[in-house]
Write a protein that binds this ligand. Structure first.
Ligand code: NFS
Length: 647
């Protein structure tokens, strides 16, 4: 594969040429050198006990063999799948737990580094949790909210509290199917227990538990992470920023924050603005301190502070190839082990900060809520020292694209309905009248098995051309930002007439950046708000909406896809799918689920075909709602225009 097939991003292609010249390997090269094992890839390898590993590969025309324990291929594939969902859920759950623990520490006055930034959101959360608010000070309310949030993890019986946020019909369906999560940790533990040798050996029973675990992510851990982070760091509102490697500044101290939990990166941003540190940087010859982000930590600090994005998942190594990154500060998840070696070849220090995620060869500076700002200052001092050692070999490719981010659920309601009558009414009305055909959530990672960003951008262009409003998170959002699809002026060129008119009137791009991957919970809330607004059915599965992760790679992505489907969203994944070696389990996910959950999974690696599937589904839903006729062009009258413009 040539460098240009590795990525659709010219900045990456340029830097990979540099790596090639220098003989440095990246994930792109490793993917080429490492052929995926087809048995493991298709989910038909069982390595859960020491009687195996068993490869359940069927000979032509024969039944697949059984494992030594007697497990069928159906069981093995379903067990492996459940473990994937459980791992994804665990990652998001721990993220939410860290946020809840921080909120408790703030409420108890154990840390002075953080404050409660969005009291309104805290009060709303308190009301959802049944916490008394009248006549109480904000710390007391926060303490109760944090304690209840933490109890959601260890709860043994009952239902997760956020389940009540879903449309009533959906809640009822979950109860009837017995998939309402009881406690977040309980469901994850039970997943590991059920998949232990000789326990759950009924593929459907295993898959239904995968649904329950996934719901404990979307309506549990991820939603807690988003909500509590909004309380602590502020609910995002539209912010202008820049994306791609061109945001690195050769004459500045460059620090990249990378990973997922914004607890530390918030402090790095704060500390980087302190006069003493800025002066220290200047005393070493730098013009200032520049913070940029990679992966979802980047999305978190982008959404709340407008911090620029250096790039998505596959750009973490590439950013180091510039030789101008003085420190890359990482926390948890999606961090490649190769980073210290690449930094060694070029420049800069990799600093790990979580006791859960150390990397040999990196500098470890442990971070916790009690020493947060102090650790952030220390990290910046290290970066300044590194800057002083930087040689003259740096090269920053000249790509930086302007874009708008910060579309929380709250922001969208305000933008659509205005501050005093914030609502989804204008969105629903424009879907009903056909200017907007439907809504799509396009999320997930990059994967070096496919050309970076290419499937995501192709899919999204296809969707907006067909008047589908696109909501994005994670690395997919960054791909579209790089391609100019979040720049209102640039992106409108790609949008269909109807969608274009609405976006122009409201002043939003046709592709909305809603945040990090835990913020997919914002998409669940937005979908629920559309249902509650009325006129588009009474469940999420009635909405003309679909989801996709065209370049997924992580277990978290499967957990997300599963809670989208279980919440009623038709969801298509690209690249590959971890059950493809077995028909029974694949059929359950790609077909039978629809009978149970009124939504199903699909697998389609070609982005244009993927768009067709999503649009077909959207059109079917429009037909079922009786609004398919409304897609004929309707001219704007003044009243409509006024309604849209009254923001
Ligand atoms: Ni999501 Fe974020 Fe990116 Fe994939 Fe990794 S950063 S949590 S998992 S790679 S989108």
């Amino acid at each position: 594969m040539s460098q240009s097939n590795y990525s659709a991003d010219p900045a990456v292609v340029e830097m990979l040429e540099r790596a090639k010249k220098d003989g440095v390997m990246t994930a792109f090269d490793r993917a080429e050198a490492m052929r995926p094992c087809p048995i493991g890839r298709d989910g038909i390898c069982c390595k859960l006990c020491a009687m195996g590993p068993c490869r359940l590969v069927a000979r032509k025309g024969e039944e697949p063999p059984r494992g030594v324990c007697g497990a069928t291929q159906d069981t093995v594939v379903a067990r492996n799948y459940l473990r994937i969902v459980a791992a994804g859920c665990a990652a998001h759950a721990d993220h939410g737990r860290a946020a809840a623990r921080l909120l408790l520490a703030v409420a108890n006055g154990e840390t002075r580094d953080y404050q409660i930034k969005d009291e309104m959101k805290l009060v709303k959360l308190a009301m959802d949790f049944g916490v008394e608010i009248s006549g109480r000070n904000i710390e007391d309310i926060a303490r109760d909210v944090a304690k209840i949030a933490l109890e959601e993890y260890g709860k043994q019986e009952g239902e997760l509290l956020f389940i009540k946020r879903a449309p009533l019909r959906r809640q009822q369906l979950w109860r009837e199917l017995g998939v309402v999560p009881r406690g977040i940790d309980r469901e994850i533990t039970e997943a590991l227990h059920r998949t232990h040798m000789g326990t759950d050996q009924d593929y459907e029973n295993l898959l239904l538990h995968a649904v329950r675990v996934a719901l404990a992510d979307g309506w549990g851990g991820s939603m807690l992470a988003t909500e509590i982070q909004d309380v602590l760091f502020g609910t995002p509102y539209p912010t202008v920023s820049q994306v791609n490697l061109g945001v690195l500044k050769p004459d500045h101290v460059n620090i990249i924050v990378h990973g997922h939990e914004p607890l530390l990166s918030e402090m790095v941003v704060l500390a980087s603005r302190e006069q003493r540190l800025v002066e220290l940087a200047r005393s070493k010859g730098a013009k200032g301190i520049n913070i940029a982000g990679i992966c979802c930590t980047a999305n978190e600090v982008l959404m709340r502070h407008g911090i620029p994005l250096a790039g998505n998942f596959l750009q973490q190594e590439v950013a180091l190839l510039t030789g101008v990154v003085d420190a890359m500060v990482v926390d948890v998840q999606c961090v490649m082990q190769s980073l210290p070696e690449i930094a060694e070849c070029y420049h800069g220090r990799i600093i790990t900060t979580s006791p859960k995620a150390k990397i040999s060869g990196a500098t470890h500076i442990e971070f916790n809520e009690h020493n947060a700002l102090e650790s952030a200052r220390k990290l910046i001092e290290i970066a300044i020292e590194e800057f002083a050692k930087r040689g003259g070999n740096g090269y920053v490719p000249n790509y930086a694209v302007d874009f708008v981010a910060g579309f929380s659920h709250e922001t969208i309601t305000y933008l659509l309905g205005g501050l005093f009558r914030a609502s989804y009414r204008p969105l629903n009305d424009n879907i009903i009248n056909g200017r907007i055909r439907g809504v799509a959530g396009v999320v997930g990672c990059n994967n070096p098995r496919v050309t970076q960003d290419s499937a995501i951008v192709t899919l999204v262009k296809e969707l907006i051309k067909n008047d589908v409003l696109v909501l994005e998170t994670g690395c997919a959002a960054m791909a579209c930002a790089k391609a100019g699809l979040m720049n209102p002026d640039e992106a409108l060129r790609y949008a269909g007439d109807g969608l274009g008119e609405v976006c122009e009137a409201v002043g939003i791009p046709p592709v909305l950046h809603m945040g990090s991957c835990v913020d997919n919970s914002r998409i669940l809330i937005a979908a629920t708000a559309m249902v509650k607004e009325g006129g588009l059915g009474d469940d999420i599965s009635d909405l003309p909406a679909a989801g996709a992760a065209p370049e997924w790679m992580s277990e978290k992505a499967i957990a997300i896809g599963m809670y989208f489907v279980a919440s009623g969203v038709f969801t298509v994944f690209g690249v590959h799918y971890p059950t493809l070696g077995n028909e029974t389990v694949s059929n359950w996910l790609f077909s039978d689920m629809e009978k149970l959950f009124k939504a199903k999974w699909a697998f389609e690696p070609d982005p244009e075909e993927m768009a067709k599937l999503m649009i077909k589904h959207i059109d079917e839903r429009r037909k079922a709602l009786g609004i398919d006729k409304a897609r004929e062009r309707i001219l704007f009258d003044m009243a409509m225009r006024r309604q849209l413009e009254a923001v």
